[in-house]
Design a binder for this molecule. Structure first.
Ligand code: AMO
Length: 439
C-alpha cells in the first residue's frame, strides 16, 4: 500500500494523486469541508498543507458514521484513488476507512472554507494560526517563500555567497532612535537594524555576499508600511565602478524573480489575481528632479526626503511617462543617509545612494559605501559618533577595502506591493508592532 502525504513525504504532493489511479492509498490532513450530496453520499475535502483532496464517502456502503467528524479534525483516510475530472487535480479517493489523528475541540473562530476571506485585520492577526489556513492567506506566504528563495537563487547564479550575520550587535548601523536595546548579561547590546556592517566586512572576504534574515526597528508608531521586525533581503558587492552597478544588479534580480515566480506558485498567483510587473529598464531620476515633479502637485515642506504621498506622486508620474511600475530615485541628501554612505565627490550634500519605489512605495535602499579609512573616521566625527566605538567595523577600512556597495530590500514591502495588500501586517506571518506582540 502506498502512502501519499505531503506532510510526511515532501516529494509526494496532493497534485500527484492522479498517478495513483485505481490504487489503494492513504492520505492525511485536516477536514476542510464536509458536503452532503444526498442518497447517503458525502464529500470530505481534506487540506493537506499542499492543496485540497476530494474524498467520496458512500455512508450506506460502509460502517463510517459521518457525524463523528467535523471541520478541523486531523484525519488519515485510506481508500481507492480514482480519476475524477471535477475534483482538484483530476482525482478523488473513494473512502474505505478514516482514522482521527486529532480531534478539533472548538468550533472555528471563522470559516476558512469559503472562497472569500472576509475577516477583519484584527481577527485575522489574533487567530493567525487559523486564518493562515485559508487558501488565500496561505497563498500570500507561498508566494513570499518563492520570492525569498528566488532572491537567493538569482544571486547564487551570479556567484554571490550566502552569509548569516549576528542579530545581537554592538551598534545600530542605521542611525536614528529606532534601535532596540537588549540586556546582555552585564552589558547592553542592540538588536540589528540591518546586517550593514557585517555584509560590508564580508565583501572583503568573498567579494559578493547576500543575506535573507530578520532585522529589528523600534518604530514607535503603527503604520501600514512599518513593522518592528521584518525580513531584509540584502546584498553587498565589491569592487564596483559606481553605485549604478548596484541598481543594475537589482534590476537583473527583480526581473529574474518575477520571471521565475509563476514556475513555483502559479496556482497561488492565480488565486490572488496577481498582476505581475514587467521589468525592462527601470527609470532613474535624481531626488532633486523628484522634488520638482512633486512641487507641481503640492507644496513640499521637507526637501530632504520623500514622504508617502510624494512617493505615490513620483510613481504615478513615472508610470504615465514610461509605463514602468518601478523607479530608482538617486542622490539622497547626506543628512538623511547613515554614516557609511558615500558622498558625491561633486556635491557632498548628496550621497551616491538610491531608493527603489514600486507601485507608490519604497521597497529598497542602497548605494555606495565609504571604503577609505580617513574619510570614514572623518564622517563619523562630523556626525557626532566616536570612532573608538566602531573599532571592529573600521578594521575593514584600515586594512584595505574595494569600492563597494549594496542594498536592502524589504521582503514584506515587496510582497505587499506585488499582492496589492492594504497593510504590511498582512504580508507578515506574525507581525510585531508597538501594539502587537502575539501570537
Ligand atoms: P533602510 O533602513 O532604508 O536601509 O531599509 C531597507 C528597506 O527595508 C525596508 N524597511 C522596512 N520594512 C518594514 N518595516 C520597517 N520598519 C522597515 N524599515 C525599512 C524597506 C526599506 O527600503 N542598510 C540599508 C540598506 C542598504 O543600503 O544596504 C537599510 O537597512 O523596504
Amino acid at each position: 500500500m502506498k502512502t501519499v502525504s505531503a506532510n510526511q513525504h515532501l516529494n509526494v504532493h496532493a497534485c500527484s494523486l492522479n498517478e495513483y489511479d485505481r490504487q489503494k492509498i492513504t492520505i492525511s490532513g485536516a477536514i476542510y469541508r464536509i458536503r452532503k450530496l444526498g442518497g447517503g453520499l458525502f464529500f470530505i475535502v481534506i487540506r493537506d498543507g499542499e492543496s485540497l483532496i476530494q474524498c467520496k464517502l458512500e455512508s450506506n456502503e460502509s460502517i463510517i458514521s459521518i457525524e463523528e467528524y467535523s471541520e478541523g479534525d486531523y484525519v488519515s483516510i485510506t481508500g481507492i484513488c480514482q480519476k475524477e475530472n471535477r475534483a482538484p487535480h483530476g482525482a478523488e479517493i473513494k473512502v474505505q476507512s478514516i482514522e482521527i489523528l486529532s480531534k478539533s475541540t472548538e468550533e472555528m473562530p471563522f470559516s476558512i472554507n469559503q472562497k472569500l476571506f472576509e475577516v477583519g485585520l484584527d481577527s485575522n492577526l489574533n487567530f493567525r494560526p487559523i486564518s493562515l489556513r485559508h487558501p488565500k492567506q496561505r497563498a500570500i506566504f507561498a508566494i513570499q517563500s518563492a520570492i525569498s528563495m528566488l532572491f537567493r537563487q538569482g544571486l547564487s547564479l551570479i556567484d554571490f555567497t550566502e552569509i548569516h550575520t549576528p542579530k545581537l550587535v554592538f551598534a545600530g548601523a542605521e542611525g536614528g532612535a529606532n534601535v532596540f536595546k537588549v540586556k546582555y548579561f552585564e552589558r547592553e547590546l542592540f538588536l540589528a537594524q540591518s546586517p550593514q556592517f557585517y555584509k560590508q566586512m564580508m565583501v572583503g572576504v568573498f567579494g559578493k555576499v547576500m543575506e535573507v534574515g530578520p532585522v529589528f526597528r523600534a518604530e514607535p508608531h503603527e503604520t501600514s508600511r512599518h513593522l518592528n521586525e521584518y525580513t531584509s533581503m540584502d546584498l553587498e558587492v565589491g569592487p564596483i565602478k559606481s553605485f549604478e552597478d548596484i541598481m543594475e544588479i537589482e534590476t537583473y534580480l527583480l526581473r529574474y524573480i518575477f520571471e521565475e515566480l509563476p514556475k513555483f506558485c502559479s496556482a497561488e498567483l492565480k488565486l490572488l489575481e496577481v498582476s505581475m510587473p514587467q521589468i525592462n529598464n527601470i527609470p532613474i531620476i535624481k531626488m532633486s528632479e523628484a522634488l520638482e515633479i512633486i512641487s507641481k502637485n503640492r507644496k513640499i515642506k521637507d526637501r530632504s526626503d520623500l514622504d508617502p504621498q510624494g512617493e505615490q506622486i513620483i510613481c504615478q508620474y513615472i508610470f504615465k511617462e514610461t509605463g514602468s511600475e518601478f523607479v530608482f530615485v538617486t542622490h539622497y541628501p547626506t543628512i538623511k543617509r547613515p554614516v557609511y554612505a558615500m558622498e558625491d565627490p561633486e556635491n557632498n550634500e548628496v550621497t551616491l545612494s538610491f531608493d527603489l519605489l514600486f507601485r507608490g512605495l519604497e521597497i529598497t535602499t542602497g548605494g555606495q559605501r565609504i571604503h577609505d579609512y580617513k574619510m570614514q573616521v572623518e564622517k563619523m566625527k562630523r556626525l557626532g559618533y566616536n570612532p573608538d566605538d566602531f573599532v571592529s567595523y573600521l578594521q575593514i577600512h584600515k586594512y584595505g577595502m574595494p569600492p563597494h556597495g549594496g542594498f536592502g530590500l524589504g521582503l514584506e514591502r515587496l510582497t505587499m506591493q506585488l499582492l496589492n495588500l492594504s497593510s504590511i501586517k498582512e504580508a507578515c506571518l506574525f507581525p510585531r508592532t508597538i501594539n502587537r506582540i502575539t501570537p
